[in-house]
Write a protein that binds this ligand. Structure first.
Ligand SMILES: Cc1cc2nc3c(=O)[nH]c(=O)nc-3n(C[C@H](O)[C@H](O)[C@H](O)COP(=O)(O)OP(=O)(O)OC[C@H]3O[C@@H](n4cnc5c(N)ncnc54)[C@H](O)[C@@H]3O)c2cc1C
Length: 333
């Protein structure tokens, strides 16, 4: 990975005083870095806290073929590196630090980090989400090499191939149906003997000749050196194991939004995604939420980047309005 770390506050010492900024952005994935670009171009000198995963989920992606402007595709790390460079060119500062505590009860918002503390006039939350992993051998090594968490992103690579889908909920079945456009066969491996997905989806899946089901089974191993070659399946009732040759393993067993930090302070839906309106505003004035931390539906680089841009535009409007209110108050008094 070729990230530019030169500007990434490497000092382990906590700043003596909290750093006061107009725009603080939590997260360095596509949403955070796009917000940084727009906020920097609005002359707001944004600071981005990169978090533990510099570049976000896309930095784990071997090739991104659905982000416009790259007709030949682009590696995930290269794409976010370009995002970062572009934001920095206009004055955004990316710090290698993580928010550990927030106080949104008054402005400026107080954000504690491993290295210090910030006072932020506006806060843009782009902390993303984490796809739930199986936690089996081979999964990490082969992610982006046949193991995928996104059919929209990677389905194209499996034209004429045989894939399995792990899961039994709506996402698993929707994505299985989508994968039948490309793959020769899609085998749904589910640990129970019935699906959790909605009735209409189930009906469509059972009627689709390319989709097969393996019930009461889990994946215990994913095999392959440079790409997925096979999986070991275990029947949870008989405990029998079998090895099944496959080209791809799509895992849809859930996503967890990285929003624990905001519990009790920001409105969330029943799955803990932040609730933001069309202008990315949360229930706290001056706090904006964008990207996958607030999006259980689209989960793409382009949609996350778009939400990030919108959040920064809105943060700029918010700061302008605050300034105008202050000027009016001064003129009246
Ligand atoms: C393997 C894989 C392949 C994918 N392939 C594609 C693809 O080909 N095309 C596509 O469009 N999409 C793809 N996606 C989806 C895409 O990566 C995501 O939709 C996108 O990255 C979401 O962007 P985001 O900025 O909202 O969040 P994320 O990318 O999840 O970034 C979240 C950021 O927040 C930071 N963070 C978290 N907590 C804190 C904190 N407390 N303080 C500071 N920072 C914090 C993290 O370090 C990270 O930098 C893929 C996803 C995966 C997992």
């Amino acid at each position: 990975m070729d990230f530019n770390l030169s500007s990434m506050g490497s000092s382990p010492k906590a700043p003596a005083e909290p750093v006061h900024v107009k725009v603080l952005i939590l997260g360095s994935g596509p949403a955070g870095l796009s917000a940084a670009l727009y906020a920097a171009r609005a002359d707001l000198n944004p600071v981005v806290l990169a978090g533990m995963d510099l570049g976000g989920q896309v930095a784990l992606t071997y090739t991104v073929e659905n982000y416009p402007g790259f007709p030949e595709g682009v590696s995930g790390p290269d794409l976010v590196n370009l995002f970062q460079k572009q934001a920095e060119r206009f004055g955004a500062k990316v710090e290698f630090d993580t928010a550990t505590e927030v106080d949104l009860s008054q402005r400026p918002f107080r954000v504690k980090t491993y290295n210090g503390e910030y006072l932020a006039e506006t806060l843009i939350i782009s902390t993303g989400a984490t796809p739930t992993r199986l936690g089996v051998p081979g999964e990490n090594k082969l992610t982006g090499r046949g193991v995928s968490f996104c059919a929209t992103c990677d389905g194209w690579f499996f034209k004429g191939k045989n894939v399995i889908v792990v899961g039994g909920g709506d996402s698993a079945i929707e994505e299985s149906l989508f994968l039948t456009r490309y793959a020769d066969s899609v085998t749904v491996v589910h640990r129970r003997d019935e699906l959790r997905a909605g009735a209409i989806l189930q009906k469509r899946a059972f009627a689709e000749p390319k989709i097969k089901f393996i019930w009461n089974s889990v994946v215990t191993d994913i095999h392959g050196e440079s790409k997925v070659e096979s999986v070991t399946l275990k029947n949870v009732i008989t405990q029998d194991t079998t090895e099944m040759p496959v080209d791809g393993v799509f895992i849809f067993i859930g996503h967890t939004p990285n929003t624990q930090l905001f519990t009790g302070q920001l409105e969330m839906d029943d799955q803990n995604y932040l609730v933001s309106d069309k202008r990315m505003r949360t229930n706290v004035e001056g706090v904006f939420a964008c990207g996958e931390s607030a999006d259980p539906v689209f989960r793409q680089v382009i949609t996350s980047a778009g939400m990030g841009a919108a959040a920064a535009i809105q943060a700029n409007h918010f700061l302008d309005a605050q300034e105008m209110d202050a000027e009016t108050a001064t003129a009246i008094s």
